[in-house]
Design a protein around this ligand. Structure first.
Ligand code: PMP
Length: 325
C-alpha cells in the first residue's frame, strides 16, 4: 500500500506481489529511508495459524519509523496486512513441524526527489517466505567473531531502529567473520569498544553460575542495539523457569575471564530466524576461547525448547503471545 503526506495511507490499494518500478531519484536509493520487521506464522496442532507477538513487531516498526522520520503505519493496518496475506492462501504456512512462514514487512521512501529531507511518499510491502525448521534436537553451536575494528551503531544513531542502513554498516565485518571461519559478528559499544552489545541479526544471552544460583543475563538496551522480541520473551521464560533473569553490562574481557573461571557456562544468540542458537566458540583478532566445552548447553536447550513449544502450539501459551490469524 502507498502513503502520501497529504492523503495518508491508501489502505484500499492492496496489490499482489510484483516487481516494483521506482524513479532513479526515489529517495530510499539515496538517503536510505527504509525500515523493516521480521516475524513468523506457525501452523498450530489444531490446524489454525498463529503469529508470534505481532503487536510487538508493529510497535517496533513504528519506533523505527519515528527515528527515520517516516510516517506511522497504524498498528491495525500492520496486523490487517498479515491477516490479508494469510487469507489469500493459508497453505503458504508450511505444515511440517518446525517450519514456519517468515513475514517481512517493509516500508521505504518512494518520492522522486534529489534534495535531502524526509520523503513525502512511501510504500509498505509485506513479503512472505517459508522458513526451514530450526527444530533439530541438536543444533550446531555457532562460532562467533568479535569485531574490534568496526562499530554497528553509535549513541544517538539508528542502532535501536530496524533500518536498512544498520545492516549495510555491518556487512564488511560480517565478511571478515566469514573469513575468520565464523558464523556471525559480535558487536561492541561504539565508545569504549569494550562492552558486548549484540550480533548481526540476533541478541546475546549468557548463563552464569554463582554458588547454586543460575542467572540468565543479556546486555542491557543501551540505545545502540535492537530490542529483540525473542530477547524479551526469553527474559520472561527464564523467570518462569525459576532462574534469575537480568539485563547487565558485560565486557569482552569479562566474557572471556568468566568462561575461563567457569562462571559463564553457556552463551546463546536469539532472534526470530534462528529462535535460539547456542554459541560454542568466540574468536577475535586479540583472543579466542570456548564457551563451556564448546557444545550446546543444557539451559540453552531447555529455554529453546520452551520457546519453540509455545510457538508450535505444543505447550500452553501462558502469556498470550500467539495471535491467531
Ligand atoms: N538484533 C538485530 C540486529 C536483528 O536484526 C535482530 C532480528 N530482528 C535481532 C537482534 C533479534 O530480534 P528479534 O528477536 O525481534 O527477531
Amino acid at each position: 500500500i502507498s502513503y502520501d503526506r497529504q492523503r495518508g495511507w491508501d489502505a484500499g490499494s492492496l496489490h499482489p506481489y510484483r516487481p516494483i518500478v521506482l524513479d532513479p531519484t526515489a529517495m530510499v536509493l539515496h538517503y536510505g529511508q527504509a525500515i523493516f520487521e521480521g516475524l513468523k506464522a506457525y501452523r498450530q496442532p489444531n490446524g489454525t495459524i498463529a503469529v508470534f507477538r505481532p503487536m510487538e513487531n508493529a510497535n517496533r516498526f513504528n519506533r523505527s519509523a519515528t527515528r527515520l522520520s517516516m510516517p506511522q503505519l497504524p498498528n491495525d493496518l500492520f496486523i490487517r496486512s498479515i491477516r490479508a496475506l494469510l487469507h489469500v492462501d493459508r497453505d503458504w504456512v508450511p505444515k511440517n513441524l518446525g517450519q514456519s512462514l517468515y513475514l517481512r514487512p517493509l516500508m521505504f521512501a518512494s518520492e522522486p526527489m534529489l534534495g535531502v529531507r524526509p520523503s513525502d511518499q512511501y510504500e509498505y510491502i509485506l513479503i512472505a517466505s517459508p522458513a526451514d525448521p530450526f527444530f533439530s534436537a541438536d543444533p550446531t553451536p555457532l562460532r562467533v567473531w568479535i569485531t574490534h575494528e568496526y562499530v554497528r551503531a553509535a549513541p544517538g544513531g539508528t542502532g535501536e531502529a530496524k533500518c536498512a542502513g544498520n545492516y549495510a554498516a555491518s556487512l564488511l565485518a560480517q565478511a571478515e567473520a566469514f573469513d575468520a571461519g565464523c558464523d556471525q559478528v559480535v558487536w561492541l559499544d561504539a565508545i569504549a569498544r569494550t562492552q558486548v552489545e549484540e550480533m548481526g541479526g540476533m541478541n546475546l544471552f549468557f548463563v552464569e553460575q554463582s554458588g547454586d544460583q543460575t542467572r540468565i543475563v543479556t546486555p542491557r538496551l543501551t540505545g545502540t542495539l535492537l530490542a529483540g522480541i525473542t530477547r524479551l520473551s526469553i527474559l520472561q521464560l527464564a523467570a518462569d523457569a525459576g532462574f534469575q533473569a537480568a539485563e547487565i553490562d558485560l565486557s569482552v574481557d569479562e566474557w572471556r575471564d568468566r568462561c575461563a573461571s567457569g562462571t559463564i557456562t553457556e552463551a546463546f544468540a536469539c532472534g526470530t530466524a534462528a529462535v535460539i542458537a547456542p554459541i560454542g566458540e568466540v574468536r577475535s583478532s586479540k583472543s579466542s576461547w570456548l564457551v563451556g566445552d564448546g557444545g550446546a548447553g543444557p539451559i540453552t536447550m531447555r529455554l529453546r525448547k520452551s520457546l519453540l513449544d509455545i510457538q508450535h502450539g505444543i505447550s500452553e501459551d501462558r502469556h498470550g503471545w500467539m495471535e491467531e490469524m
